[in-house]
Design a protein around this ligand. Sequence first.
Ligand code: CIR
Length: 263
Amino acid sequence: MLIALTRRISSRLADCELTHLQRAPIDLALAEHQHRRYLEVLARAGCGVVELDAEPDLPDSVFVEDIAIVLDEIAVMTRPGAASRRPESASVATALKDYRALLRIEGTGQLDGGDVLRIGRSLYVGQSSRSNAEGISQLRDLVAAHGFEVQAIPIRECLHLKSAVTALDDETVLVQPAWVDPGHFDRFRILEVDPDEAHAANVLRIGDQLVMPECFPRTRNRIRSAGFDSHVVDVSELQKAEGAVTCCSLVFESVPASTARPA
Ligand code: CIR
C-alpha cells in the first residue's frame, strides 16, 4: 500500500520563505480548501493519506517533501537549506520511523527534498540555493550501500531541481529547459513544458498516475499527446508560497521499519 505523508497548512503560511517570487497575498481559507482537494486526489490515486498536525509557528511546514527522502529501505532526513525550516524535521522523523530506518544529513550539509529526483536507482540532485555540495556528498555516501547513485545537476533561476524537471515514468522526463540543461537527461525521452507555462514541470508521480496543477492546460495537453493522463488540482495559493504538487507529500510504499532495515 502507498502512504502519502502530508501536513495541514500553517496559519502563518503567508510568512513563508520566498526565493524567486514576489510576495503576494495568500487567501488562507482558499489554500486550506485547495489542500483538502489535493489530499482527495492523492486518495483517488491510491494513497492512504496520513496527515500530520499543523505546526502553526512553521510557515512552510505544509511542504513536507523537503524534509525527507524516502527510499525503499531507508529514509534520509534532510537538513533544509532555509534555517527557518529545520524545526519541521522532528515531527516528520517521528512519523517516518514507523516505516523506515532513518539516516540524516548533518553538520554543514544542506539538502532540500525538492532537489532530489529519483528515477530507478538514480538520484538526481539539484545544486540549488538550498542544497550544497556537502549535503549532496553526504547523501551520496548514505545511499551508496542501498544501491543508489547520486548525480549532481546544476539548475538556474528556480528554487529546486523538481521545479525544473520531474519524471513521468522511468523512461520519460518533463523539463523546463530555461532552468535545467535537458542534456543531463538525454538517456530519457524528454518532453518540454509549454513555453507559456514556466512552472509546469513539477508533476507528482504516484505509481503510474500523475498529478499536476490545473493552471497548466497546455503542458497537460502536451503530455497527454505523449500518452500520459493526469489528475489536476488547483494549487494557486500554495504556488504563491513557491510550492506546487510534489512538495506537499512524501509518497512511499508502506513497509514496516522492522523489515526495511539498512544494509
Ligand atoms: C520554501 O521556500 O522553502 C517554501 N516557501 C516552498 C517550498 C516548496 N518545496 C518544494 O517545492 N519542494
